[in-house]
Design a protein around this ligand. Structure first.
Ligand code: ATP
Length: 362
């Protein structure tokens, strides 16, 4: 059944509505809803097998959904063949034609005169900073350069949608980071709406306007990188993105969260079973001196490691040595020097940075 888009959805440039997909008995995607604004860069993030590539392939028309529609503006493109969907796509493997030169690879999908083609290829080579490589074959350029050629080829017909399936994951870390920045710059310059699949959370957080975190064929959360990192909606997102302390809680008689006998200044919502506290290592505050009141706790420094600019330490609470808290401290922090193995230290957990989840198994 084809439904007319509602008025709110009209503001969305691309709208994925209720997409489901089974492979045999296996539910690869379950009722996926997603809206993109024109010019947005959205990353599909999740661990292997969560369904992100299947969703991208369905948007591309390379896979057929069992249910749901894909609206581009007011048009349901969900049943159109790939060639009518107006997108460019780049896969993880470079997938260039080995027997064609760089220029011929880029020009492959162009239907225009020879002169116009040459002009367009020169323009695209300039765009991806590959001037001078037009006569080389894929085997004569580096992996990073091959991926830039693949990108130029995907952009050749000026598609309105760019689909990227782990385009950087075959590259080494340094090239990958540089290309990530170039990709973002290029995407912003062209204003092309982009969906990129990645399992690399750092990549997703650094490049996307919004991140879609997926697990088991469903969307866990959609949000800006800041929101995903700072305000994870589910235990899965909190655990999957970034590093975190997970600390066992009990309930105080007033319904507050209680850690190792210390009442914290946050409510424990009703209905939470086996509550655990979520706190990022960089949010734990260390105090040089013991502070009475609030939620200050004594801890013992068990181990300290250097990680470039920060010291990472494992602390154990004096009130319960089994409870370990990881903390990251920068050199400008007053407690940086005091962070030494065997020393006692005071810490506080700032209420506005804490979140409580049920300790359900992930
Ligand atoms: P990865 O990062 O490993 O590529 P993904 O999140 O992109 O993972 P998908 O490739 O979308 O995951 O696959 C989702 C699930 O569907 C996986 O369990 C996969 O084995 C299964 N699957 C994908 N394509 C097919 C197919 N053509 N036939 C059967 N099962 C499939």
């Amino acid at each position: 059944m084809t439904l007319a888009p509602d008025s709110r959805a009209k503001q969305d440039w691309l709208r994925v509505a209720g997409i489901s997909k089974k492979f045999g008995n296996f539910q690869a995607l379950q009722d996926i809803h997603l809206q993109l604004k024109k010019g947005e860069f959205v990353c599909l993030l999740g661990s292997s097998g969560c369904g992100k590539t299947t969703l991208l392939r369905i948007i591309a028309g390379l896979e057929v959904q069992d249910a749901g529609q894909i609206w581009m503006g007011s048009r349901d493109i969900g049943k159109l063949p790939p060639v009518q969907r107006n997108y460019g796509i780049v896969f993880q493997s470079y997938a260039l034609f080995p027997n064609l030169t760089v220029a011929d690879n880029i020009a492959y999908a162009l239907r225009m005169s020879r002169d116009e083609k040459a002009r367009r290829v020169a323009e695209l080579l300039d765009l991806v900073d590959l001037n001078g490589t037009e006569d080389r074959y894929p085997s004569e350029i580096s992996g990073g350069q091959q991926q830039r050629v693949a990108l130029a080829r995907a952009l050749a017909t000026s598609p309105s949608l760019l689909l990227l399936d782990e385009p950087l994951s075959a590259l080494d870390a340094k090239v990958r980071e540089r290309l990530r920045q170039e990709l973002r710059r290029l995407q912003q310059k062209l204003g092309v709406t982009t969906i990129m699949v990645t399992h690399d959370q750092e990549e997703a957080l650094s490049i996307a306007d919004r991140v879609v975190v997926m697990s088991n064929g469903a969307i866990e959360q959609v949000g800006t990188p800041e929101t995903i990192y700072r305000e994870p909606a589910t235990r899965f997102v909190a655990d999957f993105v970034g590093r975190a302390n997970w600390l066992p809680l009990s309930r105080s008689p007033e319904g507050k969260a209680c850690l190792a006998g210390q009442v914290l200044n946050i409510d424990l919502p009703a209905g939470i079973t086996r509550p655990v506290l979520f706190c990022r290592p960089e949010d734990v505050r260390l105090e040089a001196k013991w502070q009475f009141g609030s939620s200050a706790m004594m801890a013992l420094v068990e181990q300290v490691d250097f990680h470039g600019g920060v010291r990472s330490a494992a602390l154990s609470l004096c009130a319960d040595r089994d409870i370990r808290i990881h903390v990251d401290v920068g050199p400008n922090d007053a407690c940086y020097a005091a962070l030494q193995t065997g020393k006692r230290i005071t810490l506080t957990l700032p209420a506005d940075k804490l979140r409580v989840f049920s300790d359900t198994s992930l």
